[in-house]
Write a protein that binds this ligand. Structure first.
Ligand code: PCA
Length: 329
């Protein structure tokens, strides 16, 4: 708005002189829905990013975060940004796997089970992700992985047979498929809702990070966390492309700088939270440790099935991502 007023045409200046009306000088207000609780490290990171933008643009752009699914639930956040109901927001990237299998590149069991591997996989996938998002009127600003994914249960589990018939909370297509292949019953539940789901028995197990179990205090209902290191799914922050295109170059540069800092800070937080939150689960009373060899062997076989299925569903784009990742290793 400020730029527009400076560049105002002569005719507009005359109109103002005549009517006495001032051009709107109101700062841009961006609402940023986020699906995870305010205390989660992604949400804290997003709040710091928002402050960085608000302070750096001298209030030209004010970003207000809305964590915990309080403005839009996770599943609705991307559409809200695409359609301009909000300007910016954060979502689990693999949550879009039902639109296009390629979005699930980060939820392929055992393909990239460490922070280093997952960073390489993300770099391999990034150009395709950016192109896909642009087609959907979205611009990715930064992305941060969750800690490695492990299995939660309300009993000791040593093999896939022990999982048979359990109600399993899923958060994307890959987790629902994992449930099917292990004889469990998938039910999709947002992270913000899981404490209640476990307390009421709607779900009895899940795959997630130590961070999510810790945030949601799942030790109140669950007893075991098995480190499996299946994959590290990404959350990302995206902005509506029309909003982005309408942002001044100076502000774009500032926001890109804040996003770069958020990406680096988020990665460090994710690493630090890996052990911190597993310790927290143990302090809460859970049995925490690596999955046994039998279970791991069975999960690896299921992982191969899921990899084959994903490559079929994701076609040439999926193959190009996996090839680029393998070449970077
Ligand atoms: N927490 C999120 C996604 C992955 C994770 O570690 C969740 O459980 O919804």
């Amino acid at each position: 708005m400020k730029t527009t007023s400076k560049l105002m045409t002569g005719a507009a200046s005359i109109a103002i002189a005549v009517t006495g009306a001032l051009p709107a000088m109101a700062a841009d207000k961006w609402d940023m829905p986020m699906a995870y609780s305010a205390s989660n490290f992604h949400s804290e990171n997003g709040a710091t990013f928002a402050e960085c933008v608000t302070a750096g643009t001298n209030g030209d752009i004010t970003i207000t975060t809305h964590p915990g699914g309080s403005l839009f639930a996770g599943a609705d956040i991307k559409r809200a940004i695409q359609t301009g109901q909000v300007q910016i927001g954060e979502r689990l990237m693999s949550g879009h796997q039902n639109e296009n299998a390629v979005f699930g590149f980060d939820s392929i069991p055992f393909l990239a089970p460490s922070f280093d591997d997952s960073a390489k996989l993300f770099e391999a996938a990034k150009p395709k992700m950016e192109a896909l998002l642009e087609e959907q009127n979205l611009v990715m600003l930064y992305a941060v992985p969750w800690p490695p994914q492990g299995l939660y249960f309300n009993k000791e589990v040593n093999s896939v047979a022990d999982m048979n018939g359990l109600k399993f909370r899923s958060y994307n297509n890959a987790t629902a498929r994992l449930a099917e292949l292990t004889g469990m019953l998938p039910v999709t539940i947002e992270a913000a809702e899981i404490s209640q789901a476990f307390a009421t028995g709607v779900a009895e197990s899940m795959i997630s990070s130590g961070a999510t179990g810790y945030d949601r205090k799942v030790w109140e209902s669950l007893s075991h966390f098995y480190e499996v290191d299946a994959w590290l799914p990404y959350n990302y922050v995206m902005v509506n492309k029309d909003v982005w295109d309408g942002t001044s170059d100076a502000n774009k540069e500032l926001i890109t700088g804040c996003a770069g800092e958020a990406q680096a800070r988020g990665l460090e937080a994710s690493k630090a939270y890996t052990q911190f939150t597993m310790d927290g689960l143990a302090e809460g009373g859970m049995t925490v440790g690596p999955a046994g060899e039998t279970l791991m062997g069975e999960l690896r076989a299921i992982g191969e099935t899921m990899t084959t299925e994903w490559l079929e569903a994701a076609g040439d784009d999926g193959k190009a991502i996996v090839d680029a990742y393998k070449a970077s290793q």
